[in-house]
Ligand binder design. Structure first.
Ligand code: UPG
Length: 451
C-alpha cells in the first residue's frame, strides 16, 4: 500500500486516455508528489500508462467496458462518450470497495480529473470528495468553445465561407475558421461534449497547463466566466522534466543523429499522436522536405497513414535523395529533440503540448493545424506571439519547401527565432520564485492542503 505523502494528503488523479492528455496529468502528478502529496493515478484500461515508469505512484485501473473492436479501431468521440457512461459506476466501486491498493475514501483529499473524463466529477460529488478539473488545452480554446454553441443555434455550423476569414468579436486574433471544431464523429455529440467538459459543476477549481504571460487576455476572460479559482501553472513539462509517459516506444537513435548535425540546422517534423495523413499528403510532405535541402528529423507514427506501413510507403527516389540528411522514426523523445541545439525549427500540428514544448525550448514553428484546438494554437503562434509560420491550404510540396526555407534560412525565420527565445525566457521566469506559475502553484497546493 502506498505510504502516506509527507503531508499526509492523498490525491486521486484521473487522466484522459490519450497521449496529449496523459502527459500533462502525469506531469502534474509528479509536481504534486514533490509537494508532499501521495498520488494515485486512476486510469482507464484503454491506453493505460506504464506504471513501472512511476514507482512513486499507485496505479488503479478503472474497468472501462470497451469492446475489443472499439479498442482496435478507436473513434475518439465515441470512446470519450462511452467512457463517460461506462466508468462512472466502476470508478465509484473502485474507490468505495477499498481494494488492496486503495485507500479508504475518507482519506482522499481531492480528485483531480481531466475535463474530458467528467464522470470523475460525478463520482467525487457523490462521495463528497472535493474535485478539481484539469484542462489540457489552452485558455483561449476553453473560452471560445461556447461560441460554437451559439453558431450552431444560429444555424452557422458548418461555418459559412463568407464568415471564415472574419475575426471573432472580443477574441482577436482568432478568425471564425480558427474556432476549435472537431473532425471526429458526430458534430452534435462533439458540441454536447463541449458543454459537458466545460461545466464546473461541484468542482472547486480549474487547472490550466498555460502561462499567464502567454494568455493574459483569455485567462482574464476565464476568471470572469468561472466562479472558482483558476490556476495557470504551466508549462508543466518544465516543472516536471523527468515525468516520462509515452504510450509508444521512443526511438532514441535520433539523438546521436542530431549530435552530428550543425547548430539550428534541423527541422523536426511531427503531427502528434492523433492526426492522420493520406498517401498523397505523405508524398507531398516528403518531397517538400527533400526539396528544401534542409536536414530533417521526421516522426511517422505507425498507423498514421491508413492502409500502409510507414517506411515502405516512401519511394526509392526519395530515399536516395535524402539519405544523408534525413532521420525518420516512429516516435521520438520529443522534449529532448526540441532541446537539442541542432534543431532550429519544428513543423507541427500545434497540439497544445507540442506548442508549449517548442516555446519552452525557443524553437520557432511551421504551423499545420489538423483539427480542434490546434487551429486556435496555430493562430496564436502566428498572429499573437508571432513565432510561427502558417501553412495554409492543401499540403503541397512547393509551399512546404518555401516554408522550410523561410523558417530556417530567411530573416523572417530569424526574427521568429528571436521572439520565441524571448518567450522561452518569460516562460522560464514564470516557473521560478516570484514567477506567475510558481505563485499559482503555491495557491493550488494551499487549496489542496485545506481540503
Ligand atoms: O514522436 C513524438 C511525438 C509526440 N510526442 C509527445 O506527444 C505529445 C503530443 O501532444 P500534443 O502536441 O498536445 O498533440 P496530440 O497528441 O495531438 O494531443 C491531443 O491533445 C492535446 C491536449 O489536449 C490537444 O492540444 C491536441 O489538439 C490533441 O490532438 C507531446 O507531449 C509530445 O512531446 C513524443 O513524445 N514523441
Amino acid at each position: 500500500m502506498e505510504s502516506e505523502g509527507r503531508n499526509g494528503k492523498k490525491l486521486i488523479l484521473v487522466p484522459g486516455p490519450f497521449q496529449g492528455h496523459l502527459t500533462p496529468m502525469l506531469q502534474l502528478a509528479t509536481i504534486l508528489k514533490s509537494k508532499g502529496f501521495s498520488i494515485t493515478i486512476a486510469h482507464t484500461h484503454f491506453n493505460s500508462p506504464d506504471s513501472s515508469a512511476h514507482p512513486d505512484f499507485t496505479f488503479l485501473c478503472i474497468p472501462d467496458g470497451l469492446s475489443e473492436e472499439e479498442v482496435r479501431n478507436p473513434d475518439l468521440m465515441s470512446i470519450v462518450q462511452r467512457l463517460n457512461v461506462n466508468c462512472e459506476s466502476s470508478f465509484r466501486e473502485c474507490l468505495t470497495r477499498g481494494t488492496n491498493h486503495m485507500e479508504p475514501v475518507d482519506k482522499i483529499c481531492c480528485i483531480i480529473y481531466d475535463a474530458v473524463v467528467f464522470f470523475s466529477e460525478a463520482v467525487a460529488r457523490d462521495l463528497k470528495v472535493p474535485s478539481i478539473a484539469l484542462h489540457t488545452s489552452s485558455a483561449a480554446t476553453t473560452i471560445v468553445r461556447p461560441i460554437l454553441l451559439q453558431l450552431k443555434a444560429q444555424g452557422h455550423i458548418p461555418i459559412p465561407d463568407s464568415m471564415l476569414q472574419a475575426l471573432v468579436p472580443l477574441h482577436q486574433p482568432l478568425r471564425f475558421k480558427d474556432l476549435p471544431l472537431s473532425n471526429f464523429g458526430s458534430l452534435d455529440y462533439f458540441l454536447e461534449l463541449v458543454v459537458l467538459a466545460s461545466k464546473i459543476r461541484s468542482s472547486s477549481a480549474i487547472i490550466f497547463n498555460t502561462i499567464h504571460c502567454l494568455e493574459e487576455s483569455p485567462l482574464a476572460q476565464l476568471h470572469q466566466h468561472y466562479q472558482v479559482p483558476i490556476f495557470p501553472i504551466g508549462p508543466l513539462h518544465k516543472l516536471a522534466p523527468t515525468s516520462a509517459v509515452s504510450l509508444l516506444q521512443e526511438d532514441t537513435g535520433c539523438i546521436p543523429w542530431l549530435d552530428k548535425q550543425t547548430h539550428n540546422s534541423v527541422i523536426y517534423v511531427s503531427l502528434g499522436s492523433i492526426a492522420h495523413l493520406d498517401q498523397d499528403q505523405l508524398s507531398e510532405m516528403a518531397w517538400g522536405l527533400a526539396n528544401s535541402k534542409q536536414p530533417f528529423l521526421w516522426v511517422i507514427r505507425p498507423g498514421s497513414i491508413p492502409g500502409s506501413e510507414w517506411i515502405e510507403s516512401m519511394d526509392e527516389e526519395f530515399k536516395e535523395c535524402v539519405k544523408d540528411r534525413a532521420c525518420i522514426v516512429k516516435w521520438a523523445p520529443q522534449k529532448k529533440v526540441l532541446a537539442h541545439e541542432a534543431v532550429g525549427g519544428f513543423w507541427s500540428h500545434c497540439g497544445w503540448n507540442s506548442t508549449l514544448e517548442s516555446i519552452g525550448e525557443g524553437v520557432p514553428i511551421i504551423c499545420q493545424p489538423c483539427f480542434g484546438d490546434q487551429n486556435v494554437n496555430a493562430r496564436y503562434l502566428t498572429h499573437e506571439w508571432k513565432v510561427g509560420l502558417e501553412l495554409e491550404g492543401e499540403i503541397e510540396r512547393g509551399t512546404i519547401e518555401r516554408a522550410v526555407r523561410t523558417l530556417m534560412k530567411k530573416k523572417e525565420g530569424e526574427e521568429m527565432r528571436q521572439r520565441v527565445l524571448d518567450l522561452k525566457h518569460k516562460c522560464d521566469v514564470s516557473i521560478v520564485d516570484g514567477g506567475s506559475s510558481c505563485h499559482y502553484l503555491s495557491e493550488l497546493v494551499e487549496l489542496l492542503r485545506s481540503f
